[in-house]
Ligand binder design. Structure first.
Ligand code: GLN
Ligand code: ZN
Length: 761
């Protein structure tokens, strides 16, 4: 019985690649230094999988930046602005595409399906001259072979590559990207030929777009591509790998009838219908790569349940054709539990990071072939049992309260325009009120104070004093700038989710549970392992301290339940929405405590609401329903005079605008400036918006200081489509990553623009 791993994290157990990359980019180390770190990482990963007993070990899943960019390099599809002159693509061109250089900006980056990993979007047009310009896949195969490991080289499949591309600048938006298939297949053939010559016996094409809702011509492209490749592929075993959901039924039929392909990989964790599809007909004589070990989460596999699933599959595809695998690349999980010595022992026994998942895959394969490692299985069964019965997981009061929510839809009693009137009486704001999104620049000094307090190096007293000083500076600055609704600047927060997670029960934190987000950037999501509750107020102390420093309204600042959920590793023993409702109740308590403490404006950030959208359209409505409901739960209990804000930093709202309206916030601040005012087009097309709205007037991702005229111009564009009395003036997002010399003049210009327009209205 065989075992297979779809892909493996490339950053290293202690983020070795991150540090090597950043040092190279800073000019502090050489290309050879970087290559050495990369070679060592690849070698140790292959060795680790091979020693574990994995049969099909992937290669070419390493990347210096991103696997889609690697494919762009392989195809020589470098946009002309990088002045690449041909030959093998080196670091300079590669990293210019990824990060930009002094004279040219980077290529666009976007989310890889519904993960938090970002890829570099290929830019293609009718004139691209493709050429075989990066031999990385072949080189990695050979490198592993020299180490004695015969790997399965992994390529992003040609159709997925094209479907994830965008038309190059100046090319019609309607340019049919799939028409380039004929031009890229010859390069794929060259790569395949070289891999064959190097001795490869398997090749894996990742085609995750197969899980999306495809149009028929897109589906036909798969048949066309793999039929075209068939002759070059002969003599090689071809695996087409899908992941992140089940494939739609029609796709399943097309996929499994591809002739040149001898193995199909499916996600059996998120693909809830995959099992039925396989049962309804799997081609005889072909391999099934059964992704039973979850690559998207950190939970230990329920080995005995997986074994049962695998045994039933064995009956369908045959004993020698079943391969135990991961649900997707392990890129999306943390690397190795070994580096978590401080994690609570019981919780640790419930977890499996990438290194542990490799062992699980192997143990399952062994068990199927009659060599069950009893000790391994019984330890796993024990951990599963402890997780099910542990009192730290279950909090009956929370379960009950969350269950009681389902019947009602939780709306504030008064409609939004009446509420806005009531709030205005109390707040007495000018038209075009100004505000910011929450955070102010985080200085090195500030980070030091937080770090030292955490490490018990400074007393609580000293810590509070420093943070209060910082808040007071931020308050004074905003008063000087004459901003209308103030923020405290969030100096006590290191991260908008971690800050709340640390104070809620049911959350655990790792020391090294990093997951690549893009390039060298990694995130360390908290782990939600149990019922969530709020033992005590989380923000009231700081918000009231800040409010006491000014007569102007001070916004209370919270992270919303959907964002906390979407940016954490979420428990898999209950539906996501149940966990979300629990978080919503905890945030509701906080909202009510803030109100009681005299805070009249409360912002509940839902930065990640949109990114939780399921991959398939049929599932959107259900998600949006519980997500928006969760948000409403947090503030259903407040008085009309308490103004609820929310914030989102994503520009692609047009398809979910009705859900945003349905959140029923009093004011929403929303990213707008990077998107060519795409958001405003919704209102131009007649969508009615009655609540307050602050489309960002400048981009905080750039150090550039926007002029007063430019901001006034933006506001005027909004005034053309929105009622004057609902419009707010604010930046796109928080100012945490900016520096004061940028923030001060930018906000000065923002306030000046608002004031200028007020006199004209
Ligand atoms: N209140 C947060 C801040 O200003 C919001 C951050 C975000 O939307 N990503 O930092
Ligand atoms: Zn934001």
């Amino acid at each position: 019985m065989a075992s297979h791993i779809v892909g493996y994290p490339r950053m290293g157990p202690k983020r070795e690649l991150k540090f090597a990359l950043e040092s190279f980019w800073d000019g502090k180390s050489s290309a050879e230094d970087l290559e050495r770190v990369a070679t060592d990482l690849r070698g140790s990963i292959w060795k680790q999988m091979s020693e574990a007993g994995i049969k099909y070990i992937p290669s070419n899943t390493f990347s210096y930046y991103d696997q889609v960019l690697d494919t762009t390099a392989m195809l020589g599809a470098v946009p002309p602005r990088y002045n690449w002159t041909g030959g093998e693509i080196g670091f300079s061109t590669y990293f210019s595409m990824a990060r930009g250089n002094a004279s040219v900006p980077a290529m666009e980056m976007t989310k890889w399906f519904d993960t938090n990993y970002h890829f570099i979007v290929p830019e293609l047009g009718p004139d691209v001259k493709f050429s075989y310009a990066s031999h990385k896949a072949v080189n990695e195969y050979k490198e592993a072979k020299l180490l004695g490991v015969d790997t399965v080289p992994v390529l992003i499949g040609p159709v997925t590559y094209l479907l994830l591309s965008k038309p190059a600048k100046g090319v019609e938006k309607t340019f049919p990207l799939l028409s380039l298939l004929d031009k890229i297949l010859p390069i794929y053939k060259e790569v395949v030929a070289e891999l064959k010559a190097a001795g490869a016996s398997w090749i894996q094409f990742d085609e995750p777009t197969l899980v999306l809702d495809l149009e028929s011509h897109q589906l036909e492209a798969f048949t066309k591509a793999y039929t075209e490749l068939e002759s070059s592929l002969s003599g090689l075993n071809v695996l087409v790998e899908t992941y992140f959901a089940d494939v739609p039924e029609a796709t399943f039929k097309t996929l499994t009838s591809l002739k040149g392909v001898c193995g199909f990989g499916f996600d059996l964790v998120r693909g809830t219908k995959t099992l039925d599809l396989i049962k309804s007909g799997f081609p005889s004589g072909k391999y099934l790569f059964a992704g039973v070990v979850d690559g998207r989460n950190i939970w230990a596999n329920d080995l005995s349940a997986s074994l049962t699933t695998l045994q039933s599959l064995e009956g369908i595809v045959g004993k020698d054709k079943l391969v135990v695998s991961t649900s997707c690349s392990l890129l999306h999980t943390a690397v190795d539990l070994v580096n978590e010595p401080k994690l609570d022992k019981e919780i640790k026994s419930w977890l499996a990071f990438a290194a542990q998942k490799v062992l699980e895959v192997n143990a399952l394969a062994k068990a199927l072939s009659g060599q069950k490692d009893e000790a391994f299985f019984s330890a796993n069964a024990q951990a599963q049992a402890s997780r099910k019965s542990s009192p730290r997981v279950t909090n009956e009061a929370v379960q009950k309260a969350a269950a009681a929510l389902k019947g009602s839809d939780h709306r504030r009693a008064t409609n939004v325009s009446a509420r806005l009137d009531a709030q205005q009486k109390k707040l007495n704001l000018p038209i075009l009120p100004t505000t910011t999104i929450g955070s102010f620049p985080q200085t090195i000094e500030l980070r030091r104070v937080r770090r030292e307090y955490k490490a018990n190096k400074i007393s609580e007293e000293e810590y509070i004093k420093s943070i209060k000083e910082e808040i007071s500076k931020v308050v004074k600055l905003q008063e000087e700038l004459d901003i209308d609704v103030l923020v405290h600047g969030e100096p006590e927060r290191n991260d908008m989710v971690e800050y709340f997670g640390e104070q809620l029960s049911g959350f655990a934190f790792t020391a090294n549970g990093w997951v690549q987000s893009y390039g060298s950037r990694c995130v360390k999501p908290p782990i939600i392992y149990g019922d969530v509750s709020r033992p005590k107020p989380m923000t009231v102390f700081w918000s009231t301290a800040a409010q006491s420093m000014t007569k102007r309204p001070m916004k209370g600042m919270l992270t919303g339940p959907v964002t906390i959920l979407n940016w954490s590793f979420v428990r898999n023993d209950q539906p996501r929405f149940e966990t979300c409702y629990q978080i919503a109740l905890a945030i509701k308590n906080e909202v009510e405590d803030l109100e009681k403490a005299g805070i009249t404006v409360i912002q509940i950030d839902e930065a990640a609401l949109r990114e939780g959208l399921p991959l398939r359209k049929a599932e959107h409505a259900f998600y949006l329903d519980w997500a928006v409901h969760s948000f409403r739960i947090t503030n259903v209990g407040v008085q009309d005079t308490t103004q609820i804000h929310t914030h989102m930093c994503y520009s692609n709202f047009n398809d979910i605008i009705h859900s945003i309206i349905n959140m029923d916030a009093d004011v929403i601040t929303i990213e707008n400036s990077r998107s060519d005012e795409k958001l405003l087009s919704v209102f131009r097309e007649g969508v009615k918006y009655g609540a307050g709205i602050g489309p960002g007037v400048y981009d905080i991702h750039s150090p550039r200081i926007p002029s007063t005229e430019e901001i006034a111009d933006r506001i005027n564009k909004m005034l053309a489509v929105l009622e004057t009395n609902i419009l707010w003036v604010n930046p796109d997002c928080g100012l945490k990553t900016r520096k004061y010399p940028e923030v001060k003049p930018a906000l000065e210009n923002m306030v000046a623009a608002a004031k200028q327009l007020r006199t004209k209205l």
